[in-house]
Ligand binder design. Structure first.
Ligand code: 2DT
Length: 211
């Protein structure tokens, strides 16, 4: 049996183009250079069978009812839960680009009941920390137009942002609010400073699940 310390489960959340992917990759490389064992993952994981269905929906190849796609996103996380748990218990820190909170924020933004949206993810692993990159959407559009995927529209992103704010308000103990309009360097420094403490704390605490 492994008797070492567990890794931390760190999630990045926010609207499209808020810089999650850049920041999560950067944190992975900073921690790797400090000798931390890191695995980087993202949701949706489009490589699985369920992920293929999600990809068809996101690229507008297939239409699905809001509830159906919501449950597929959740199932896509459930199919990875054992492997995330195994990595964490083996001492690997898992850095994840989008998780349950994107699930709730995007579906609730369409008008699906918020509590209904949260229910299928109960029992999944709870992150030790969530970095919420809060975007000023007017500034985001100045970074160039949104892409072709289903959700990449400004009005919809505004609604998603409101849902993320709601999630943050209920979870501020382990969510770290970041102003996505700050420079890459400022954000990197802020995230790295918080991450050190998160790793230390996680090592002393058992894994918990989303209630
Ligand atoms: P990426 O652009 O990050 O690949 O995301 N989404 C994501 C949901 O609607 N529900 C979810 O549970 C998750 C994880 C956010 C593709 C889009 O999928 C949305 C944007």
């Amino acid at each position: 049996m492994h008797v070492g310390k567990r890794g931390a489960f760190i999630v990045f959340e926010g609207c499209d183009r808020s810089g999650k992917t850049t920041q999560s990759r950067h944190l992975s490389s900073v921690l790797t250079s400090k000798g931390v064992d890191i695995k980087q993952i993202n949701f949706p994981d489009r490589t699985t069978t369920i992920g293929g269905m999600i990809n068809a929906y996101l690229t507008n190849t297939q239409d699905l009812k809001d509830e159906v796609i919501h449950l597929l996103f959740s199932a896509n996380r459930w199919e990875c839960v054992d492997s995330i748990k195994k990595d964490l218990l083996a001492g690997t820190t898992v850095i994840c680009d989008r998780y349950s909170y994107s699930g709730a924020a995007y579906s609730a933004a369409k008008g699906v009941d918020f509590d209904w949206c949260c229910a299928p993810d109960r029992g999944l692993l709870e992150p030790d920390a969530v970095f919420y990159l809060k975007a000023n959407l007017d500034e985001l559009t100045s970074r160039g137009s949104y892409g072709e995927e289903r959700y990449e529209k400004l009005d919809f992103q505004r609604k998603v942002g409101e849902q993320f704010d709601r999630l943050y308000a209920q979870r501020s103990s382990y969510w770290h609010l970041l102003d996505a309009s700050k420079s890459l360097q400022e954000l990197q420094d802020q995230i790295a400073a918080v991450a050190d403490g998160v790793l230390q704390q996680a090592a002393e605490q058992p894994l918990s699940t989303i209630k």
